[in-house]
Design a protein around this ligand. Structure first.
Ligand code: PLP
Length: 371
């Protein structure tokens, strides 16, 4: 099998797995218990919080463990705007932002959706025009999961801070893949998910800058400084910290490798005379390649690639009656004849050049034999 869907999830890092095994099978004490077996787990959580904080330039007390990106985003959106503040977000957010926003709208809260350019960059002028003293939360993703476009996070934070507005970013696709320093960038809250950077599934964190008062999301015990109750998932927290630290230590080398794989794929397709559009643009996530092809559907490409043992994902979902183009592909206005033929190939640090040749070869064969 060739796995090229690393934006969906990644393989667990072997050292992270070993660390987890130890806390699942041996040091499995409850971190809230006072005896030394519990204290050992508590220490591991403390150490993990420190490691993770260091990776994003935060203080350990600003890291709150959650069950992953979806929970972190729900917390930020549902609690971040206070009781009656307005919210601004973008049209290309992940559903873990858009659905909570829809719920707030049902509660009669004002949510404004900023448009994006043809390359998926947020319209800063739109935000400047629409932000007011009533805007309590500006939430824009760090990098888009479907097309890889990275947003001008520092500028967004600046705009928010000209008002009494918190800036949150869904950085699930970016953490561990591009360098992030939350304090340099002016980020007030940041969501992350371990399984996107070779950590385990079902664990993540929300960075909340000291002084940002958003209130508890989960009520119960006093874990996570009383803001997110529930017995800590020590093994996953420790595994996440190991995985993030390793990824961050190799960020530059990984980036170079992934960019090389991207250009190999694109030149192989161009050399074979295949017509495609590469979606996204500007500053982009390394390894995330969204391509739209004419006269094919993404669904067909995904299944035909799957038959050859290659995992990629699609930017459109078909049912028996019609094809639904994803909200991101619609927002960046991919021309109609190409939009249905959208796939996302997302390379990971372990993909090889040889695998890229095989992926390109398979795509070329399928597309040529289709038309
Ligand atoms: N936000 C983005 C940008 C994502 O890509 C994802 C996962 O695909 C999520 C949020 C949800 O994260 P999780 O799977 O940890 O709930």
């Amino acid at each position: 099998m060739i796995y090229a869907d690393n934006a969906a999830t990644t393989q667990l890092d072997a050292d992270a797995f070993e660390t987890m095994r130890c806390f699942l099978m041996e040091k499995y004490g409850n971190a809230s218990q006072a005896y030394s077996f519990g204290v050992e787990a508590k220490k591991a959580i403390k150490k993990s919080r420190e490691k993770i904080a260091k990776c994003i330039g935060a203080d350990p007390e600003e890291i709150y463990f959650t069950s992953g990106g979806t929970e972190s985003n729900n917390w930020a959106i549902k609690m971040g705007a206070g009781r009656n503040g307005d919210i601004i977000t973008s049209v290309i957010e992940h559903h873990a932002i858009l659905r909570p926003c829809e719920i707030l709208e049902r509660w009669r809260r004002n949510v404004i959706y900023a448009p994006v350019s043809l390359t998926g960059e947020i319209d800063l002028e739109f935000i400047r025009k629409n932000i007011t003293d009533r805007t309590r939360l500006l939430s824009v993703m760090f990098a888009n999961n479907e097309i890889g476009t990275i947003q001008p996070v520092e500028k967004l934070a600046d705009i928010a801070h000209n008002y009494a507005c918190i800036f949150h970013t869904d950085a699930v696709q970016a953490v561990g893949h591009v360098e992030i320093n939350v304090h340099d960038l002016g980020i007030d809250m940041l969501s992350a998910s371990a399984h996107k950077f070779n950590g385990p599934k079902g664990i993540g964190f929300l960075f909340i800058r000291r002084g940002v008062d958003i209130g508890a999301f989960m009520d119960g015990g006093s874990q996570e400084y009383g803001l997110r109750a529930g017995t800590e998932n020590t093994a996953s927290i420790a595994g996440m910290a190991v995985a993030l630290e390793k990824n961050c230590q190799n960020i530059r080398a990984n980036e170079r490798h992934l960019k090389d794989l991207e250009s190999l794929l694109l030149s192989a397709l161009s050399d074979a005379g295949i017509r495609y559009i590469r979606n996204g643009g500007g500053h982009m996530l390394p390894g995330n390649v969204s391509l739209s092809f004419a006269d094919v559907t993404g669904e067909m490409l995904l299944h035909r690639m799957d038959l050859q043992g290659i995992c990629i994902s699609t930017g459109s979902a078909c049912d028996s009656v019609n094809t639904q183009i994803s909200h991101v592909i619609q927002a960046i206005q991919v021309p109609e004849e190409f939009a249905e033929g959208t796939v996302r190939i997302s390379f990971g640090k372990d993909n090889t050049r040889d695998e890229v040749y095989q992926i390109a070869g398979a795509l070329i064969d399928i597309i040529r034999n289709q038309s």
